[in-house]
Design a protein around this ligand. Structure first.
Ligand SMILES: Cc1cc2nc3c(=O)[nH]c(=O)nc-3n(C[C@H](O)[C@H](O)[C@H](O)COP(=O)(O)OP(=O)(O)OC[C@H]3O[C@@H](n4cnc5c(N)ncnc54)[C@H](O)[C@@H]3O)c2cc1C
Length: 316
């Protein structure tokens, strides 16, 4: 029987939907093997976040650990606390976001095990499938008996578990101290206040065609009207129009929004890799032969600088 601990991703106030996606992955594991799903919320003054975690369906207990040195999700401090809290758990999971990929490898190292990245499907308690080679091949990964399974759940592969739970909240004192050698300075996020790229329901992305950071602003204006996240092709990142945490694709973020709208993006395979699991794909490109049209559900052969103002006007 599994005993699964999920590490909550949050900003101090709000639980990131990636956490509920990791719960769905955990449910798939307990479905095959039976067991409990708990959540660990680390931070400082995180009562609200703990309540949000307790409301996720299928969660038994939320362990809430508040301490000043855990206020920011610094891997140096969080990994040690995660390793301490993992005692007695068969599995430790986190979303495959920047957060999970930063914190969990250190926790795995402290627990003396290898980490499984990007679980896309569950074959058994210790057997999983994950995409490799930009999603063009699927690897089967098994964790040896006796090792704690430390893994990230691929956010693009799992729906968020619904609300309706009523987990017990356990105030858990911190077992570790400040590592001392790493200091939190601040967070600079490219997406501003817009929804997180990896969990947004709608994402608008722009490519090289924008030509400048100033022109890219037009995309933000429309995205804000749709409450959408904003992404970019690597060419747009390399050209300096946007920061690289907005890059979608093989070497950027793998996303699965319900609606993906690509403006002035050619549709190179490395970009498409990032949106394979998107629901509806809309492409606007002035070249009718652009490869993006081969995968788009709706394609518009047009100049994006005409389409965006019209769209903005239509949205009111
Ligand atoms: C190892 C490796 C990893 C990579 N990883 C990634 C990745 O993670 N993500 C990624 O995106 N790329 C990645 N790339 C780069 C990728 O191969 C492409 O170079 C890149 O995606 C192209 O970006 P683009 O579509 O914005 O630019 P372009 O290929 O230059 O396409 C621009 C498009 O805009 C259209 N256009 C021009 N003007 C207008 C207009 N006014 N209105 C409408 N359409 C217009 C053009 O017709 C063209 O189709 C990777 C490459 C390598 C080798």
């Amino acid at each position: 029987m599994s005993k699964i601990l999920i590490i909550a991703e949050h900003d101090g106030d709000t639980l990131n939907p990636g956490t509920a996606k990791a719960v769905s992955c955990a449910k798939a594991i307990t479905e095959s093997a039976g067991g409990d799903i708990d959540i660990l919320v680390l931070g400082d003054n995180i009562a609200d976040v703990a309540s949000q975690a307790a409301a996720i369906d299928g969660v038994a207990t939320v362990h809430a650990t508040s301490a000043a040195h855990l206020a920011a999700p610094l891997a140096a401090n969080w990994a040690a606390e995660i390793a301490a809290a993992a005692e007695g758990y068969s599995h430790v999971l986190a979303p495959s976001s920047t957060f999970g990929k930063d914190v969990l490898p250190r926790a795995a190292a402290l627990l003396g095990v290898n980490m499984v990245s990007d679980i896309a499907s569950v074959d058994g308690e210790r057997s999983f499938k994950r995409p490799v080679y930009a999603g063009n091949a699927i690897a089967e990964v098994s964790v040896p008996d006796g090792d704690t399974v430390v893994a990230t759940a691929r956010t693009a592969s799992w729906p968020a578990a619904t609300e309706g739970g009523n987990a017990t909240i356990n105030e858990r004192p911190a077992e570790t101290e400040d590592a001392g050698h790493t200091r939190y300075v601040g967070l600079e996020s490219g997406g501003g206040d817009r929804p997180d790229l990896q969990t947004a329901r709608i994402v608008l992305s722009g490519g090289r065609a924008f030509g400048s950071a100033e022109n890219f602003e037009q995309l933000y204006t429309v995205a804000d009207k749709l409450k959408a996240g904003v992404g970019a092709s690597r060419a747009a990142v390399d050209a300096g129009y946007v920061p690289n945490d907005m890059q979608v694709g093989q070497t950027g973020k793998i996303i699965a929004p319900e609606l993906y709208m690509a403006f002035g993006i050619s549709g190179a395979i490395q970009h498409i890799t990032g949106i394979k699991d998107a629901g509806t794909i809309v492409a606007v490109n002035k070249d009718a032969d652009a490869p993006i049209f081969e995968i788009a559900d709706i394609g518009l052969v047009a100049d994006l600088f005409k389409v965006l103002p019209e769209l903005e006007q239509q949205l009111g």
